[in-house]
Design a protein around this ligand. Structure first.
Ligand code: SAM
Length: 364
């Protein structure tokens, strides 16, 4: 026994107070953590079932106007060879998603105004008229309301926009405003819901300067937000970014802020499991970033500790290599077919099934 107060019993989401969440985030006892994993897995099974929804991802552009200090495709990174895919490539990915039985196509990019309102609307209309994909998700950054409205009208169903951290000062530090435009992701999320999108948000875990207390605030915030999806992944340091360089220096000097939360697999799983208990009916991915901190077991743990979604990458290999938001050495050279095969095999080994249909919130 550690002498510290134990977290309260689990099972009823409302029994988890903000303080209890913080205690769980600091928990190190493996036996007690087992009870957290079991409670999250039970809640996942009870509220969203055994189906794992597969969302095929296409990374349509690595241009970005932003200066996020964590992200490898930030505007100032001159080492990135930039690309935008053609309309036909997106269509091919949508067809592949249908062929593999994925219910959703996720279209992601840096915040790239070279992706015009009209271009994206045209792509959405073509996907709608030429494929049978059930749902389309966009993740294109902080676009103006007019773009969001036009894309909803053209056929987009969902939009992903992580608030990254609820610590305002930390957020401003790692996600600087653009000149004359204050970044207010909470406002955009409300706007998305007003437009009839299913909205998704999320955070990174273990950003330098992010405390356990601040992550407890994030989870408490998820509880009060009516989000359909919540993505949780570890922060992965990219050496060509200011934050990645700060991370390396801190590791070398052992210089961490007080109460720093680690960017580990374990911490990410705790956040995932507690989020499942706080928002039992949300769609929660076992993220690619989680699968990279523990290549052997990260995705399995994600699916066993609250996750019910996987996002297999469909981006053609040449572009995927250039969409380096964090260093990603595994899977980058694998084809969409190989990635699909390994995910299907993983689901079989876990006794889970691939979800049919759109896999929106509340669909089991
Ligand atoms: N531009 C859009 C946006 O900002 O929402 C979508 C693309 S952005 C690359 C998608 C997500 O990648 C971000 O919300 C962030 O959480 C995550 N990300 C970026 N860099 C990362 C890093 N170094 N480690 C972990 N996650 C990262």
């Amino acid at each position: 026994m550690t002498g510290r107060p134990s977290p309260p019993p689990l099972g009823v989401a409302d029994a988890l107070s903000r303080e209890a969440i913080e205690r769980w985030l600091r928990e190190t006892d493996e036996g007690r953590l087992e009870t957290l994993w079991t409670a999250a897995d039970d809640a996942r099974r009870r509220y969203v079932g055994d189906a794992v929804h597969l969302r095929g991802l296409v990374e349509v552009s690595n241009y970005c106007v932003r200066g996020c200090t964590y992200c490898g495709i930030r505007a100032a990174n001159r080492g990135v060879e930039r690309y935008r895919v053609s309309e036909d490539v997106v269509l091919d990915c949508a067809r592949k998603a249908v062929e593999f039985g994925y219910g959703t196509l996720v279209i992601q990019a840096g915040e790239d105004y070279g992706i015009t309102t009209e271009w994206m609307a045209g792509v959405l209309r073509r996907i709608r008229s030429q494929t049978t994909i059930s749902a389309i998700t966009l993740s294109l950054g902080e676009r103006p309301d007019e773009d969001l409205a036009a894309w909803r009208e053209a056929g987009a169903d969902r939009y992903l926009l992580r608030f990254e951290t609820s610590d305002d000062e930390l957020y401003r530090r790692v996600h600087p405003d653009l000149p004359g435009r204050v970044s207010d992701r909470m406002r955009i999320l409300r706007r998305l819901q007003g437009l009839g999108y299913e909205a998704g948000t999320g955070i990174m875990v273990g950003i330098p300067g992010q405390s356990h207390a601040s992550i407890a605030d994030d989870i408490d915030l998820f509880r009060g937000m009516d989000m359909d999806m919540i993505g949780i992944g570890p922060y992965l340091p990219h050496p060509a970014t200011p934050l990645g360089q700060e991370f390396a220096r801190r590791v070398a000097e052992g210089d961490w802020p007080e109460d720093q939360a680690p960017n580990s697999e374990l911490m990410t799983c705790k956040v995932l499991a507690l989020t499942r208990l706080a928002r039992p009916d949300a769609n929660l991915p076992a993220t690619t970033a989680l699968s990279l901190v523990n290549r052997a077991g990260g995705r399995v743990h994600g699916l066993q500790r609250g996750g019910n979604v996987v996002m297999p990458n469909l981006t053609p290999v040449e572009e995927r290599e250039r969409y380096e938001i964090y260093p990603e050495k595994a899977a980058v050279h694998e084809t969409a077919e190989a990635i699909n095969e390994s995910i299907q095999q993983l689901l079989r080994s876990l006794g889970r099934t691939a979800g049919a249909g759109a896999g929106g919130r509340g669909e089991v």
